[in-house]
Design a protein around this ligand. Sequence first.
Ligand code: COI
Length: 355
Amino acid sequence: MGTLPRNRTGSQQYDEDKLGFGDIFTEHMLTIEYSAADGGWGSAKIIMVQDLSLHPAGMVLHYGQQVFEGLKAFSGPKDSDILLFRPDMNIARFNRSCERLCIPPLDPKIFMDQMAELLRRDRDWIPRSPGTSLYIRPTVIATDAHLGVRPSKKYLFFIILSPVGAYYPEGFEPVRIMVTDKYARAAAGGVGEAKTGANYAASLLAAEEAHAEGFTQVLWLNAVDKSAIEEVGTMNIFFRIDDEIITPKLGGTILPGVTRDSVLQLCRSKGMKVSERVISIGELVSAANKGKLQEVFGSGTAAVISPVSHFRYLGHDYIVADGKTGQVAKELFDEITGIQLAKKPDPYGWVVNVG
Ligand code: COI
């Protein structure tokens, strides 16, 4: 393939077939400022991507009042297509996260319309090689210059765009995950279900320790007694045990993933037995020991469907599906990416064309 940017201006030249995740940015960004004193959210501007200017007392820098989202735009069969996958879900989750972080919500229609406008402006940056997309990162930060702890009175909402390939270096090859009983990601009543930077900052040390031992990601257990499985650092997690598809139920500590919801709907529509319930690490280990654990896979916007070949718990290593990609993970990957690219029927009307 070896496609190079088509009509793109600017200095960044790259090979679409070698895209990683999150290093390359398009030309333009969207900004909307909020000021309580000036009556709320102002008007949207599309400007060249540039450094932000922020007072060193900007509240996001001290107290982490921040929310973000992640979604993807895909090229479609027609040159003019700009295909989004369930953007309404991301916008709704963004506003729920804002509510948790005391950030004023954005009008969902303005969010959608302005995001579409930005995408049309930078449409030539949507990659076309297999496995690539234009990752969209809406973010809001507290910008008030103030050192007392309270919600900010000023915010900056912005959207940046990044052409991406696979999230993990493994691509769609299986990843290895390490179960941590040392750290916790979220506790009931905390911010675990909000998409805020703090959750990711809190996960870094465990992830670094896992990387040092050759694992791609951490599998988190519940904070209280480290018995129930919650999620992987950047994905929700699914298990196939005795032909039951199981994922931990949402309950305030787990991110309500858009891909998670899509996986559940697709599996139910195929007549599979699907359960959103508590699954303990003990049940997982016992299923693995009895040969009943057929598959493990993660789901996420960035990762799509990511098969898991191997997990480590309390120093014991467990191999899943002989270290290969399982059948359900493969089917889901093909189906979801097929729908996203308008190559397969979209019975739920998930894809929105803003081209
Ligand atoms: C996503 O899947 O979009 C995420 O937000 C994961 C990550 C890159 C933080």
